[in-house]
Ligand binder design. Sequence first.
Ligand SMILES: [Mn+2]
Length: 465
Amino acid sequence: MSVNRLIKDIQSLSSYIQNLKGFTAILTHYDADGISSGGIFARLFSSLNKKFILRSTPDLSDEVLNEFFSITAQNYIILDMGSGDIRDIYDKWRILDGDKLIVIDHHKILQDIPDDPNLILLNPELYDLDGGKFGCTSVLTSLISYFISYDPYHLEIGVVGATGDMQLLNDVKEINQVLLDLAIKENMVEKERDFIFFVNKNMPLYRAITWNYIPYIPGFSGRDDIGFQIMRKADIPIKRDDEYTTVKDLSDIEKEKILEVILQYLTSLGIKDLDVNQLIVDRYILLREDDENIRTSVDFANLLSGLGRMQREYLGILLAAGVRGRVLEEALKVQEERRRILVKYLDMAENSVSQYDNIAIIDLRTKDFDHRFSGTISTLFSRSITLSDKIIIVLSKVGENVKISARSPRVLVDKGLNLAYIMSQIAKKLSGKGGGHNIAAGATVKDSKNLIDIILDVFREYGNV
Ligand SMILES: [Mn+2]
């Protein structure tokens, strides 16, 4: 079985990394998966007393790569990026001669892999696995690290990162199952099912009800006022004995009452064919975490993701590496700030949607919008109750350039749609770079008056949907 081959190669990469000599420079992606992976390696390298430097980046631009390779090191490791243009990266790195380059990633491989014993690419795509579904980078790095140190904390963060990459949503299989089984066996995590409204057990209830953004429900998700409204209708006091009511305080009857009011409200929003299963999630309790803010894999992953979007990756990497105390306090403050911004941006996006057949384009190029949130916006809309059957494309400005962030419904991918390829084709036409997964991809390109037409044309040509 291909997954056995992958495990074998993970194990040999473990001993390869254990035997690395000299200084190691690590570059990781700034999303929850990348931050988790970075934290895992930071913890591993520290425990092995290996000298390293760790950086994070939103993308692998030429500038970022040149700067990274200008670090004097014996080993270079790129995490959660690099498969799309493995040849270009290799060519840049090779000029340094003699050193080692390790790329651990799960994005689509869009170039020929150079044949060189000093280059190692670990990617589930090489084992007939869809990297978008299985074997995200934190799964790989946590297994690599666990096989070296047998430190079970690495498994916890693997679960957190995979949750952030949405790889543990429903059917856990293949290499992800290997990680999860180990994490359960080591008593790090425990599975629990519940309605999304009751997932955040310790938050004030009015907030917990609307806190979850998956699925994103316009006019509901993230809206404290709606939370208040629902509690009032269900006759649940906002506070009891001067403390906010939480999910923990609710009886089963009260829970049912709230559920009823919520479903009524969702119907009143005009949401048809509401599938209640969409509102139920599997989540993993992190058994070794005392702090309620990071007691579940969803909460921990959201925190890491938010820190990346807020340009505080260092806090996320420290958290993922196992640091708590003041780092966690600081991180929670940043998260509160991020929540305010996200509510504003979601509203902005809601008012910028144009639909073209099965494509919804959210054009934020002229808006006061931080491109670091474009991935979050496209993911949330692709999981929204109203647009989940559409390909979602978010356009935002990065300096003079445009960032395109795209998400596709699973059914279209199953019919053969490959967003990573489409993004690379769009990038070709607009002198930029693009890639990713078949279901989630992106590009950074030169802006153009006809940008939307060009995008739609490429979809017509290669989308066959
Ligand atoms: Mn990833």
